[in-house]
Design a protein around this ligand. Structure first.
Ligand SMILES: NC(=O)c1ccc[n+]([C@@H]2O[C@H](COP(=O)([O-])OP(=O)(O)OC[C@H]3O[C@@H](n4cnc5c(N)ncnc54)[C@H](OP(=O)(O)O)[C@@H]3O)[C@@H](O)[C@H]2O)c1
Length: 276
């Protein structure tokens, strides 16, 4: 891994988080090259991380073993098309973090089938607490899988899916998932205020409870259902609250919401992958 040369195409929020995470894990800065169109972003990247930050993607790709595509999905077609000749010549592993861009679209824009790992990370990656689903196309070799995994692990946990269509499910679960938990927190906070707490008191209690519950679920040998049962005393307050949630079909609402997100992910992939 130490001798591997990485080239980031696009160094905004996610690109910077990945670089920061890799360097913090001991990856040598001399082996990272950051390519970004924005001059201010290049300056920020070279000052913050001490890595080479340039505008010319061709130069960045010259000796790269891994190219990480971290531009907005809408910029992917133009970006990949511009890199196609260099990709064909150098044959690096391509890692794409662009939401909704399928590996087939990247191959089509490249004019050949590169070794591609497509990752679907989420926003907590910016705090190195992300969760990402990874898919490798058939050109990816075993050592490249390991490489891609260690790069994405710099900003959180990873899982592999063997069928690319499952990335729509990853998108619906962990990609959009932070917003579901934020919504839950938002509603709990509002209700706490309505019941008489100050905004600060209510928010602090809710956020710490969310953190504590996630920590317990992560660290315990018990699954979330069992943990829930353990804190639900017969005839108590928790039992009463959960009964109201069940009566109003919370489970069905959440299931429908996640299914709708997965369907929207499929629709977006179709639109983003079309020629434009
Ligand atoms: N942020 C997240 O938490 C997150 C989570 C999951 C997935 N993602 C994915 O990660 C990708 C990047 O997201 P982001 O939030 O990091 O976006 P961002 O902050 O907008 O960063 C993208 C950067 O790439 C630059 N750029 C655009 N075209 C380029 C090109 N052809 N060559 C070099 N640089 C180029 C942009 O410069 P200009 O601004 O000058 O165009 C910008 O600085 C997206 O595809 C997104 O779907 C992000």
């Amino acid at each position: 891994m130490e001798n591997i040369k990485l080239c980031f195409i696009g160094c905004g929020n996610l690109g910077c988080s990945l670089i920061g995470g890799l360097l913090a894990n001991g990856f040598p800065e001399k082996n990272v090259c950051a390519v970004d169109l924005s001059e201010s972003q290049r300056q920020l990247v070279s000052e913050r991380f001490g890595v080479e930050a340039i505008a010319d993607a061709g130069q960045g790709l010259k000796d790269a073993d891994v190219v990480i595509l971290a531009v907005k999905p809408q910029s992917m077609q133009q970006t990949v098309t511009a890199l196609a000749t260099m990709l064909a010549k150098r044959q690096p592993l391509v890692i794409s973090v662009a939401a909704g861009i399928e590996t087939a679209a990247i191959s089509r824009w490249s004019g050949f089938e590169p070794a591609i790992v497509r990752a679907m990370p989420n926003t907590p990656s910016l705090l190195r607490s992300g969760a990402a689903g990874l898919f490798a196309n058939s050109r990816v070799e075993e050592h490249q899988r390991t490489l891609a995994e260690s790069i994405l692990r710099a900003v959180g946990m990873t899982i592999w899916v063997e069928n690319e269509a499952l990335l729509d499910c990853v998108t619906a679960l962990s990609g959009s998932g932070p917003a579901y938990f934020f919504y839950f927190m938002e509603i709990m906070e509002k209700t706490g205020i309505e019941l008489g707490l100050t905004e600060e008191q209510s928010r602090n209690l809710v956020l710490q409870t969310a953190l504590g519950a996630a920590k317990m679920a992560l660290e315990s040998d018990l699954d979330p259902q069992e943990l829930r049962k353990q804190v639900t005393s017969p005839g108590g307050t928790t039992e009463k609250a959960l009964a109201v949630m069940q009566e109003h079909r919370l489970e069905e609402i959440i299931r429908l919401a996640i299914e709708a997100a997965a369907e929207r992910s499929r629709e977006l992939a179709r639109t983003l992958g079309e020629p434009h």
